[in-house]
Write a protein that binds this ligand. Structure first.
Ligand code: SAM
Length: 284
């Protein structure tokens, strides 16, 4: 069949199945072949790789991924898309569509028999960008790279440095786990329906080894989340108010003083190295 990146082909298939877009699933389908080629190029996939695609939609990018990769697992939450994907991916025998919620699926279990290099590629549903990315990192999904379309402002947050307005928990997670590279900026008219925001394609290439050493990664990220949950609060209040942690204000103040930092400091000024140090001092 002719590719779905031709908008006319997309319109026809949507009509044929009488498909109704679900806003709650963040459904904005790509209708621009050049953008898809950019994503495929940035993701650097080969026939030696296996790809996890999050949210194939009607299969527009999946068609390209199937041609470039050895195998594609495409995880789609919306059951109404399954009959469409059956048709649009019929000619590819290296794609498996899984009807599931990516936030609930056990990805390790899905790929456990597969020895090929895993790469994640997706035009993400924007309402859950952060939990998806953080989940892939924190669950140690063995992906060599994650190449995703996200909101332009989220891409900026992923690359932000301490002290800047965009700096937050997501910036620190990216700093710790991966090297970011913005491959393209994408305007709303490349999607159907058009979103009311601009998008960017970002590739996160996983470090072999994180740039800082920390005794307890999970504790460090709990501290980071607590520090940014309440932006205008001091670090000690943020940590003390967190229901993920059981650390008193005194313990935080003591650790900060060992680091020669003032006790009214805010999380947004701390570097990754400082969060790692704080976490080690608070590891019991
Ligand atoms: N890849 C397609 C494209 O580029 O045209 C569709 C991208 S669209 C922005 C996001 C897709 O993710 C939709 O198909 C949506 O149904 C799906 N989706 C939303 N939430 C999901 C979830 N929790 N798990 C899996 N897929 C999800």
């Amino acid at each position: 069949m002719e590719k779905l990146s031709n908008p006319q082909v997309t319109i026809e298939i949507l009509k044929k199945y009488n498909f109704a877009f679900q806003k709650r699933y963040g459904q904005n389908f790509l209708i621009d072949g050049h953008v898809i080629e950019k994503i495929i190029g940035a993701s650097d996939i080969t026939k030696e790789d296996v790809v996890l695609e999050i949210g194939p939609g009607i299969g527009t990018m999946t068609q390209y991924l199937a041609e470039a990769a050895g195998y594609v697992y495409a995880v789609e939450i919306d059951r109404n898309l399954l009959p469409i994907l059956d048709e649009t991916l019929a000619e590819y025998d290296n794609v498996r569509v899984i009807n599931d919620d990516i936030l609930k699926l056990d990805i390790h279990e899905l790929i456990k028999e597969d020895k090929r290099t895993l790469k994640v590629v997706a035009n993400l549903p924007y309402y859950i960008t952060t939990p998806i990315i953080m989940g892939l990192f924190e669950d140690n999904v063995p992906a060599k790279s994650i190449t995703v379309m996200v909101q332009k402002e989220v891409a900026a947050r992923m690359q932000a440095k301490p002290g800047s307005k965009d700096y937050g928990a997501l910036s620190l997670a990216v700093l710790y786990y991966a090297e970011p590279y913005i491959a393209a900026n994408v305007p709303p008219n490349c999607f159907m329906p058009r979103p009311n925001i601009a998008s960017s394609v970002i590739r996160l290439t996983r470090w072999d080894k994180p740039p800082v050493k920390v005794k307890d990664e999970r504790l460090m990220f709990k501290l980071i989340r607590a520090s940014f949950n309440q932006r205008r609060k001091t670090l000690q209040n943020g940590i003390n108010n967190s229901n993920e942690l059981n650390i008193s204000k005194n313990e935080v103040v003591e650790a900060l003083s060992k680091m020669s930092l003032p006790d009214n400091i805010r999380g947004e000024t701390l570097s990754l190295e400082q969060f790692a140090c704080l976490s080690d001092l608070l590891t019991k």
